[in-house]
Design a protein around this ligand. Structure first.
Ligand code: SF4
Length: 345
């Protein structure tokens, strides 16, 4: 088992539940009006921690505001300028993510570590295969990543700092996998797992699930992120879904839906697109089925808490496994969301 790292109120490693992370996709200077509702939705979908780029201390006030309003621990992502890390800690972030290799002289990283120690802030040493030191390349990328992380850890430990998480990411799935395995065999610091720059929803989900799933099944990994060229809501959904599939997370919204085919009398494909994020955002612990026809519709509807399914030429709403009433396809969205909202009341 790894040691435990505290990220604000959240425990990482040491037997704590594996957490899901994402990274905000908008600059701090352009915080959206829907920021609060979006954070609430991400949290309900299963996000435990969220990272923000902090490239400029001109955004000090915005970062303070984010920390104040965010319902999850906030992580500041720092590259190059060590002073941004110090400033982010003054804003109240729970964790700093740095790659000491691009911070410059060692004393600059040490200043960050000293302040993190004073403030009880965690640090993630985030190494990417694309930005490794020139020295030691002959030993191969995996060993170079692991040895580099261990060297940075020793800098931190020499200052008495152990509140450290490590990530060793690469866009190559096997490299990410091997680096995490080798690190876990040599260190008891918790790992944040991810395959970086993994492409769009389909490629990222395949590459990340294959890589992260194998590691998590071996007990390796304390936090995860799906890196998707797409929405951060998709990243959180994928992360939470993987943990549930592996039995590492319980509860939450389970959606059962058919792929649709020529037999359908209800457009399950289009309908799921319309309602999926809204269902996940309820944060409810229940099962919803969305099915196209009578071949598998009634069966799945019986096993779900709420369902919408086509049967013959008609569409039916089910509650608790029983037909509740016939509805039109046009009113399906409203009826389903109402039934979900009423569930458990
Ligand atoms: S439930 Fe019906 S519409 Fe959906 S995939 Fe199965 S046969 Fe096709």
């Amino acid at each position: 088992m790894t040691r435990t790292v505290k990220v604000g109120p959240l425990s990482v490693g040491g037997g704590a539940p594996v957490s899901v992370q994402t990274m905000y996709d908008i600059p701090l200077s352009k915080l959206e009006e829907r920021f609060d509702s979006r954070m609430a939705v991400l949290k309900a979908m299963g996000c435990d921690m969220i990272r923000f780029s902090y490239p400029d201390i001109a955004e000090h006030d915005a970062l303070c505001e984010v920390v104040r309003r965010c319902p999850m621990p906030v992580v500041a992502d720092i590259h190059f300028d060590w002073r941004n890390a110090l400033d982010a800690m003054d804003c109240g972030v729970a964790k700093i993510r740095i790659n000491p290799g691009n911070i410059g002289e060692k004393w600059k990283t040490e200043e960050i570590v000293r302040k993190a120690s004073d403030k009880g802030v965690a640090i993630r040493i985030g190494l990417n295969s694309g930005s490794l030191p020139q020295k030691g390349r002959e030993k191969g990328t995996v060993s170079l990543m692991v040895d580099t992380a261990l060297e940075y850890i020793s800098w931190f430990e020499n200052l008495g700092f152990c509140n450290t998480v490590v990530s060793l990411k690469a866009s190559d799935s096997e490299l990410s996998y091997e680096a995490a395995r080798e690190f876990a065999s040599k260190s008891d610091y918790p790992l944040h797992l991810g395959v970086t720059e993994a492409g769009g929803v389909v490629s990222s989900c395949v590459r990340s699930t294959w890589t992260l799933g194998r590691l998590l099944s071996q007990g390796i990994g304390s936090t995860i992120r799906y890196s998707i060229t797409g929405s951060i809501e998709d990243e959180v959904q994928a992360g939470a879904e993987l943990l549930r599939t592996l039995g590492l997370r319980r509860g939450g919204m389970k959606i059962v839906s058919c792929p649709m085919c020529g037999r359908c009398s209800f457009n399950s494909q289009g309908f799921l697109k319309e309602v999926e994020h809204e269902l996940l955002a309820t944060g409810k612990d229940m099962c919803v089925a969305i099915m196209g026809c009578q071949v598998n519709g009634p069966g799945e509807a019986k096993g779900a808490d709420i369902a919408v399914t086509g049967i013959g030429n008609k569409v039916f709403l089910y509650r608790n496994g029983e037909i509740y009433r016939e509805i039109s396809a046009d009113e399906a969205r409203e009826e389903l969301l109402k039934a979900v909202s009423d569930f458990g009341k």
